[in-house]
Design a protein around this ligand. Structure first.
Ligand SMILES: Cc1cc2nc3c(=O)[nH]c(=O)nc-3n(C[C@H](O)[C@H](O)[C@H](O)COP(=O)(O)OP(=O)(O)OC[C@H]3O[C@@H](n4cnc5c(N)ncnc54)[C@H](O)[C@@H]3O)c2cc1C
Length: 291
């Protein structure tokens, strides 16, 4: 009888596009990332919760969080550890800059292969900044493993397979998949549990080597307590072919960026009388807004 699963949770640090203020866009129409707080991509938290539920059921399960991004993305790894993940790996390298979804999913798949020997890769359905929902499915293709998208709940898991309820546009579907499998989790899945106070105390000093250096932290502490070290990998650590990542590996070409501002062209005041309402309905039919 299996006592635990090896799970990798993909977590992306994203700008908080749900709280966009007036400084959020630059004049050229690109996002002013500095003006938006960086957060844990919301659906990745749903994915983490599904992994934690498996660990609740099978305590020998290990959860490794993998994030690709700037050095400050270590924050999402710490957050995941505070909520119950075992450890994390940050994939960060200037060589990965300028990667589109094809190059990103390649780099992530290489990192997953380097971790190796996994049962489940859990990720969010979609990131709130790029919004493509491509990275999970593309990574599964590159890993040559089955994928279950739009997962809302893990209904059953045993040593042979996993049963997942998917949330679709017009209903639900329940499917079985063998291991290893990649699962993309939707925002309608259970929300992630909060931080655990004991884990916050234990892991509050968890840092990457770069952060330890920058903070001039006591290195003896990290030698004595290896669990406080957040692993950092660069492109060479995961055998990345330079032709398949960064700008060289990104066939997406951004032709033009437009800042679309929706403004009401005109307004009309209605009194609520029958005559006004009749006129309003006639207007919207004539303008093909209705019918
Ligand atoms: C031409 C081009 C150049 C770009 N250059 C850059 C750049 O220089 N720097 C930059 O940051 N972005 C860059 N991007 C954006 C980058 O490609 C996307 O952010 C990235 O591919 C993820 O796509 P997405 O946001 O649509 O994620 P989705 O496909 O919507 O994400 C689905 C899920 O995949 C997982 N996932 C996605 N990305 C990551 C990640 N990085 N780490 C861990 N898990 C992840 C998460 O679980 C997420 O919920 C560029 C895009 C293009 C088109």
């Amino acid at each position: 009888m299996k006592k635990g699963f090896k799970i990798i949770v993909l977590a992306k640090q994203v700008p908080d596009t749900h709280n966009v203020g007036k400084d959020a866009m630059k004049e050229d129409g690109t996002m002013n990332r500095a003006a938006l707080p960086a957060i844990f991509n919301p659906e990745d938290l749903n994915a983490l919760e599904q992994a934690l539920r498996i660990k609740d059921q099978f305590p020998e399960t290990t959860i490794t969080v993998l994030s690709m991004g700037l050095p400050k993305a270590a924050d999402v790894i710490r957050e995941a550890i505070f909520r119950g993940a075992d450890n994390g790996i940050l994939l960060t390298d200037r060589k990965l800059g300028g990667s589109d979804t094809l190059a990103t999913s390649y780099a992530i798949a290489q990192a997953i292969k380097t971790i190796g020997n996994y049962d489940i890769v859990m990720c969010g359905r979609q990131a709130i900044d790029g919004d493509t929902a491509q990275v999970g499915p593309q990574a599964a293709e590159k890993l040559e493993i089955p994928q279950v998208t739009y997962a809302e709940e893990i209904v059953d898991i045993n040593e042979k397979d996993i049963t997942i309820r998917r949330r679709l546009e017009h209903g639900v579907e329940t499917v079985n998949a063998p291991f290893p499998v990649l699962v993309t989790v939707t925002g309608s899945a259970a929300p992630c549990r909060s931080r655990n106070a004991k884990r916050v105390m234990k892991f509050k000093n968890a840092m990457t080597a770069m952060e330890i250096e920058a903070a001039n932290a006591d290195k003896a502490l990290y030698e004595a307590r290896p669990y406080l070290n957040i692993t950092t990998w660069g492109a060479d650590d995961v055998n990345i072919d330079p032709a398949r990542t960064g700008k060289a590996g990104s066939p997406t070409f951004v032709k033009e960026i437009q800042s679309v501002v929706l403004t009401a062209k005109e307004s009309k005041k209605l009194t609520g009388s029958d005559a006004d309402i009749n006129e309003f309905v006639k207007d919207i039919i004539d303008n093909h807004i209705l019918g």
